[in-house]
Design a protein around this ligand. Structure first.
Ligand code: ADP
Ligand code: ZN
Ligand code: ZN
Length: 670
């Protein structure tokens, strides 16, 4: 008798099914099969292996109901990649399968099978290499350095200031790789994958390029997936995080653009993988090279580059002698005290905006918070409306005249007066909506647009806002972090950062690093050919080292300072972090279990384990959350750490109290 270990889209490893004799010929590793789980549920699973060992302790092994493929849908290399993700990120194989394949391939019916057509031969590997530019000397040198670094290491960091011509270098490298008949994966963060970059690459690579976006329909994604499965031709995939799961056959190069972007880390649901680490692993499997590109490298990547484990290539000048912007700090603590602020604006910023508009140039205003105010508060007793399901205060949105929870999305009516004492409520803090209102007041003639999660709700509204701005139909663009991503405008001469402090004051060891990245990226939007751009940075922390490092564009000083701090407190990149989360509806029970859980873990990890603690938001959608932090040295064996964690989990889950306890891990959290 043959048995198949099958991966199903449920949070477990594999399930074993019997292979009926008539199917033996037709089923193998990577084939999709239809099976039954429990009494009524049918699933499409993927065969991990076929063997002859009967499962132990099971009286009746269910049969495979149907083999859905004539050829395998998942390659052996992909399966090994899934197993690596599952093991490293402490996530069940079933969850990896869910993330890895287009939805339509996981719920195939017989009907769909008959209707399915593979569109072979769609990929063209010839293209007219138009739109290629001549390198500047600096670019040529960087290009040569990248190639020679790859003789020593497989991964190289290209650290080039904004607009230094990195993308142009990628284009040349891609062309070279395609000419050698190899495949290329170009990864971009979700939000940076805009029409701008797609069109730029399409001009050069035409039909040898395919785009893989999470906003595509299941069918579109399946089409890309199947196209790749059936070919080892050379082509370029321009894709987001999840494109690391595509069935590459002949991968030669992976480019991770904006490698510092925290959105490369999947937060929810499992697997909580980092696309940069996954891409490096994928490349290793294929014997491919990796180029990590950014203007602001992550501490992790820079650390490895400094140690010589990655190649390190720098571009310090903008292309065509464009100057980096002039950054002017405005101390709003002092202005507030002197009552000289106009809403959220200093006179300096208003003057610069007015001058830019006068010259027919554009302005970007950055405020890292959406909504109208950050929260609402009673003038008298200090009452603050909070979400019923989450442990957070609510944000007021003027357009809808409602309070909304930015964690679970619940909305509430804004009370007329304080329900506790009847006093009037005041709006505290400033969001993008309020900024927009103030700008309209100061500049009634200007054409203003706002870009945040409330206005750019879909891909098309997002592209519309960017398109209008790029075409010069908008004068002032107000936005959250969205405005910092992958945009290349040459009419922007002034950038205003309204308040750098909210980012800086976040309770997270990466707050400085992140603030530095965001400020540098926003500032990088300013500047046009022929004239130096201006950045007005409003802050209450004018003396903070990070603000000084931004002004001086001093990456190395920021890195040195942060490295010192991280080392003292055993944070990455010197140490590895694993967060262990426990979730339950009952707070008392959870508190109790969490203490026991931590005690069990301390037997293995002693003082490397911190907690249990309440995370900053300790209740989301009615689930209470407790968090433990494990700090392990980089030298510790990952396999051993994982075994200990899973052993403790198994031991705890046997306790009756833990029946409805939910445990999950976040490895290398961001
Ligand atoms: P980065 O990716 O570092 O932000 P880009 O590659 O987008 O930089 O280059 C910045 C600008 O300079 C773009 O408008 C690009 O078209 C232009 N540019 C870069 N390299 C060249 C080149 N070799 N010849 C002509 N224009 C170039
Ligand atoms: Zn009150
Ligand atoms: Zn909520």
């Amino acid at each position: 008798m043959r048995y198949a270990d099958v991966i199903l889209p449920v949070p477990f490893e594999t399930f074993t099914y019997a292979v009926p004799p008539q199917m033996e010929e037709h089923v193998g590793e990577g084939f999709r099969v239809l099976v039954e789980l429990g009494k009524t549920k049918h699933y499409v699973g993927v065969v991990l292996r076929v063997h002859t060992t009967p499962p132990q302790g099971v009286s009746l092994v269910k049969p495979v109901l149907e083999v859905l493929d004539d050829e395998r849908s998942v390659t052996p290399q992909q399966l090994r990649f899934w197993q690596w993700i599952a093991a490293y990120y402490l996530s069940p194989l079933g969850d990896v399968y869910k993330a890895a394949m287009p939805g339509s391939m996981k719920k195939e019916t017989k009907l769909a099978k008959r209707q399915r057509q593979t569109k072979n031969g769609k990929i063209q590997s010839s293209y007219a290499a138009t739109g290629l530019s001549q390198f500047s000397p600096a670019q040529q040198q960087a290009y040569d350095e990248i190639l020679s670094s790859w003789r020593e290491t497989d991964v190289t960091l290209l650290h080039g200031v904004t607009s230094s011509g990195k993308t142009e270098i990628y284009i040349h490298l891609i062309r070279e790789m395609l000419a050698q008949g190899r495949q290329v994966l170009y990864l971009l963060p979700e939000i940076a994958l805009t029409t701008q970059i797609t069109e730029r690459l399409h001009r050069v690579f035409g039909d040898a390029m395919m785009v893989y976006h999470s906003k595509f329909t299941d069918r579109q994604r399946e089409e890309v997936y199947r196209n790749l499965l059936s070919t080892s031709k050379a082509f370029l995939i321009l894709g987001v995080r999840s494109s690391v799961f595509l069935p590459f056959n002949n991968l030669g190069l992976v480019i991770v653009d904006e490698e510092h972007e925290t959105s490369y880390k999947q937060q929810e649901p499992a697997p909580r993988y980092h696309a940069r680490s996954a891409a490096i692993m994928l490349a290793r499997q294929h014997g491919a090279k990796v180029l990590l590109g950014t203007a602001t490298p992550s501490m992790e990547t820079l650390h490895l580059a400094r140690q010589g484990r990655y190649g390190y290539v720098r571009l310090t000048q903008r292309f065509a002698d464009m100057q980096l912007p002039d950054i002017e700090v405005v101390d709003i603590a002092r202005l507030k005290f002197q009552k000289r602020m106009k809403g959220a604006f200093s006179q300096r910023l208003i003057d610069e905006i007015a001058a830019a508009l006068e010259r027919g140039e554009q302005v970007i205003l950055f405020q890292n918070r959406r909504g109208f105010s950050s929260f609402v508060q009673c003038r008298q007793c200090g009452w603050v409306p909070r979400c019923e399901h989450c442990d957070v205060s609510l944000t007021y949105h003027k357009r809808t005249h409602a309070l909304s929870c930015h964690y679970c999305g619940a909305t509430y009516v804004l009370p007329e007066r304080c329900p506790q004492c009847g006093e009037v409520l005041k709006m505290v803090g400033t969001g993008t909506e309020r900024i927009e209102e103030q700008v309209q007041k100061f500049f009634p003639e200007a054409r203003i647009a706002r870009m945040d999660l409330d206005t750019a709700t879909t891909r098309s509204t997002y592209e519309q806002i960017i398109g209008d701005f790029a075409a010069g139909q908008t004068d002032i663009l107000i936005g959250t972090q969205m405005v910092t991503k992958g945009l290349d405008f040459d009419r922007v001469s002034v950038v205003g950062i309204l308040d750098a402090d909210t980012m800086l004051n976040q309770p997270d060891f990466r707050a400085y690093e992140r603030t530095f990245h965001v400020l540098m990226q926003v500032a990088g939007r300013a500047g046009r050919k022929g004239r130096r751009g201006k950045v007005i940075l409003q802050t209450r922390s004018a003396d903070s080292p990070v603000v000084q490092h931004v002004v001086e564009n001093d990456f190395d000083a920021m890195y040195a300072e942060q490295m010192e701090e991280r080392t003292i407190f055993h944070y990455p990149p010197q140490n590895r972090l694993i967060y262990i989360y426990l979730r339950h509806r009952d707070a008392d029970l959870l508190n109790h279990v969490a203490e026991d859980y931590a005690a069990a873990l301390r037997k293995h990890f002693s003082d490397q384990l911190l907690g249990p603690d309440r995370p900053p938001v300790s209740r989301i959608s009615s689930f209470h959350i407790r968090k433990m932090i494990l700090k392990v040295p980089l030298t510790a064996s990952v396999t051993q750490v994982r075994q200990c964690l899973l052993a403790v989990q198994q031991q705890m889950m046997q306790r009756p109290l833990c029946t409805n306890l939910n445990i999950y891990y976040d490895v290398d959290p961001m």
